[in-house]
Design a binder for this molecule. Structure first.
Ligand SMILES: Nc1ncnc2c1ncn2[C@@H]1O[C@H](COP(=O)(O)OP(=O)(O)O)[C@@H](O)[C@H]1O
Ligand SMILES: [Mg+2]
Length: 347
């Protein structure tokens, strides 16, 4: 079994072989692997693997500089509140056909979601594949119309605006999205410069060439992209660098809310660690709110103040991260926690 995911491997494998730069650097049985691994690369992988008692600052050997920044103060008026949100696919208008269409039965992707996100807060949305997480994000970013329910953003009911006209609405720039697949979501023919410039030119105010350049360089710096990469095309970047381009595009218009749909799922654990630290830095520095979506509860809990657990279209559990992690109520949530059996005893 070939993977960068040590927690997954720990569930299925009896023996571990670690490769770095074409060489096998470590080989051991599962038990010894977690307690006795010596090679620096193995240690880096172990450190970067999110485990139960982990904070995002501890995923790398060096402590990140954002720890000097204070935790954002979370205000008491919600930035966005969602009530009775529902999405049914394949719903047909009242049929006048003399037979029932059984092949295309309506499918409830999101049943009845109710939650809020406060300014400065990160809310984690976790659940298995097909539970309705991405459908939820597409409705919040108004890429899709809900079947029912309300989304109040900053006091305005954005469900009243059709997904079609939301594209040109001033609120469009306040809610931005970071996608799971950094390769598929970046135009392969555009340089890093053009990719970051695109949202600014499309939705931002008029800007001259010089100011645009300054702005793009500042954004690149904010997301930790070296300026030497600015003229490269996506295929000339690593996965982590592409993820940073996606984040720079998302923050370019100074949104209030970032929706991150599995932003690190395609990345190696050690790269994931640095991207998670970047997201935490940006939340503290810019006072952003996040909806952080992942199938991995242990990634979600490191960044989130509150957690929503979704199963088959329904939010079956929600609460502060401490309470959900320490006293999960639903058997499904307990199952998600056990999907990560390894503890940081080796740290
Ligand atoms: N456009 C669509 N038409 C029909 N069914 C869809 C559509 N998009 C998603 N679904 C279904 O809705 C369910 C939830 O999907 P999704 O929101 O992508 O889940 P997740 O992101 O949690 O993996 C899945 O069963 C999926 O097949
Ligand atoms: Mg998804």
């Amino acid at each position: 079994m070939i993977t960068h995911d040590l927690s997954l491997a720990s569930q299925y494998c009896d023996k571990f072989v670690v490769m770095e730069k074409g060489r096998v650097v470590e080989q051991n049985t599962r038990d010894k692997f977690f307690s006795e691994s010596k090679h620096p690369y193995t240690q880096k992988l172990l450190l970067a693997t999110p485990a139960r008692s982990e904070s995002v600052a501890n995923l790398t050997a060096e402590l990140p500089s954002y720890l000097k920044l204070a935790e954002p103060v979370i205000s008491s008026q919600p930035l966005i509140s969602i009530t009775g949100l529902r999405k049914v696919y394949g719903e047909t208008k009242k049929s006048w056909l003399p037979f029932k269409n059984t092949e295309n039965k309506p499918f409830v992707a999101v049943a009845n979601s109710n939650f809020e996100i406060f300014p400065g807060e990160c809310v984690g949305l976790v659940g298995g594949s097909g539970s309705g997480k991405s459908t939820t994000t597409r409705m919040l970013t108004r890429l899709e119309d809900p079947s029912e329910g309300k989304i109040i953003f900053d006091g305005i009911d954005i469900t009243e605006i059709s997904s079609h006209s939301f594209i040109r609405h001033p609120l469009r720039k306040e809610i931005q999205m970071v996608f799971q697949d950094p390769t598929g979501s970046l135009n392969p023919r555009h340089s890093v410069f053009d990719l970051i410039a695109e949202p600014l030119l499309r939705l931002g105010p008029q800007i001259n060439k010089q100011d645009l350049k300054v702005k793009i360089e500042k954004l690149a710096e904010q997301v930790g992209l070296p300026l030497s990469l600015i003229n490269r095309l996506p295929h000339q970047l690593s996965g982590g660098q592409k993820a940073r381009v996606g984040i720079a595009r998302a923050i370019a218009l100074q949104p209030k809310l970032l929706i991150l749909d599995e932003p690190t799922s395609a990345l190696d654990v050690s790269v994931q660690a640095t991207v998670l630290q970047l997201l935490e830095k940006l939340r503290r520095k810019l006072g952003l709110s996040y909806l952080f979506v992942s199938h991995d509860l242990h990634v979600v809990k490191m960044l989130s103040q509150r957690i929503l657990v979704m199963k088959e279209g329904e939010i079956i559990e929600q609460g502060s991260t401490d309470i959900v992690m320490n006293t999960p109520q639903h058997p499904y949530t307990k199952g998600l926690m056990e999907a990560m059996p390894i503890e940081k005893e080796y740290a």
